[in-house]
Design a protein around this ligand. Structure first.
Ligand SMILES: Nc1ncnc2c1ncn2[C@@H]1O[C@H](COP(=O)(O)OP(=O)(O)OP(=O)(O)O)[C@@H](O)[C@H]1O
Ligand SMILES: [Mg+2]
Length: 353
């Protein structure tokens, strides 16, 4: 199978989206989206409910026709070369696409056969993937009996059956427990190590931070910010380190010590009287270590330390100066509850390519 079309060879963009528009009646699901994903990297597309993430993924997976704009993926034009494109992409949708009546093994075998693998190849590939996703023991059980995390892993395995060079992951860990989420993250990293390019949508800043090289933030169908993860983090103030001295009376002295030390890249320290903590803006683990080290050297007794990631709301507030559209989007999402059965069926078929 072709891993990359000639046009994308040599560190170019595996995904190029220009002026993509998709309206549903008055709803502008995509309102002129531009983005690039560099070959061999992970782009995180961050946005609240209803931002247009799934719509974008479905257009790029050839499941949905845009009203305007263009997109190239792995060198293929999404509108003009859908067949070729389907052979080199994988999709793990927001909604599980496994057939519940079939076992994990049968699901993967069937997808392998749909992708024209021989019986022996389909068997081998299913076996390999089940093993890789720790599903060997459950291989013969119907997927209906799988836990949410197992289903998500089976879904991911299904999207890898065709060894895609570009993979779309639509909120791959929403609703998963932290351990399963970490397993999924590990697999995503591994795929990229093996040369895949990933477009990942998420509502979690933490997930974007853990996986993405670059981020695009969208809201109401528009790109509102983008760039390297660190740039974006710096824009929103990165993380807040919260330090609780054993003695509240030490709060001002602690702030003084930090201000005096002027640690590189560490933001101004402020006192939160109500919580009895000092807040310090940091963007790296090195800075965290430096702050804690300094306070230790100066002999402060510390009762507690934690870090606080900006929530998506805070990121939005910082970037757009506006509250997110989370509340309105929820109402929209409800209206969307009935994306017709036809669409779901197509999504399912798409998940297999
Ligand atoms: N089939 C459809 N018919 C009508 N409106 C739709 C349809 N699909 C999506 N929309 C609307 O388009 C907008 C974008 O939806 P989309 O599903 O792309 O958002 P999302 O970012 O994936 O949200 P979520 O985080 O909830 O998955 C929403 O306002 C949604 O209600
Ligand atoms: Mg979605």
């Amino acid at each position: 199978m072709t891993r990359y079309n000639d046009l994308t060879k040599g560190g170019g963009n595996a995904v190029e989206v220009r002026g993509l528009v998709k309206h549903y009646g008055a709803t502008k699901a995509l309102d002129g989206v531009d983005l690039d994903v560099r070959e061999g990297t992970i782009l995180g597309v961050l946005g609240p409910n209803g931002a247009g993430k799934t719509t974008l993924v479905r257009v790029l997976a050839t499941l949905l026709r845009p009203d305007a704009g263009s997109a190239r993926v792995a060198g293929y034009d999404v509108l003009k070369q859908p067949r070729q494109l389907r052979r080199v992409i994988g999709l793990t949708g927001q909604y599980a696409s496994v057939d519940e009546k079939l076992s994990g093994y049968e699901n993967l075998y069937m997808i392998g056969r749909l992708l024209d693998l021989s019986r022996a190849e389909a068997r081998r590939r299913a076996g390999d993937l089940l093993e890789r996703f720790s599903l060997t023991e459950a291989a013969k059980k119907p997927a209906a009996q799988y836990s949410g995390g197992m289903r998500r892993r089976l879904d991911l395995a299904a999207s890898l059956t065709g060894q895609p060079s570009v993979l779309y992951l639509d909120e791959p860990t929403t609703g998963l427990d932290p351990r399963t989420r970490n397993e999924v993250w590990e697999e995503v990293r591994r795929m990229v190590d093996e040369g895949s390019t990933v477009l990942l949508t998420t509502q979690y800043m933490e997930e974007a931070e853990a996986l993405a090289n670059e981020l695009t933030v969208i809201d109401r169908g528009r790109v509102v910010a983008g760039g390297e993860v660190n740039e974006l983090k710096a824009k929103v103030g990165g993380r807040t380190l919260r330090i609780r001295p054993a003695d509240r009376g030490e709060l001002p002295r602690m702030v003084g010590a930090l201000a005096q030390a002027g640690l590189d890249g560490v933001g101004g320290a402020t006192i939160d009287e109500a919580e009895g903590v000092v807040n310090v803006a940091i963007i790296s683990d090195e800075q965290l270590t430096a702050v804690v080290g300094l306070l230790g050297e100066r002999g402060f007794a510390i009762a507690g330390i934690d870090t606080h990631l900006p929530s998506l709301d805070e990121v939005f507030l910082a970037i757009t100066g506006q509250k997110t559209s989370l509340a309105d989007a929820d109402a929209d999402a409800d209206a969307d509850g009935g994306a017709d059965a036809d669409d779901r069926a197509r999504e399912r078929a798409g998940a297999a390519v």
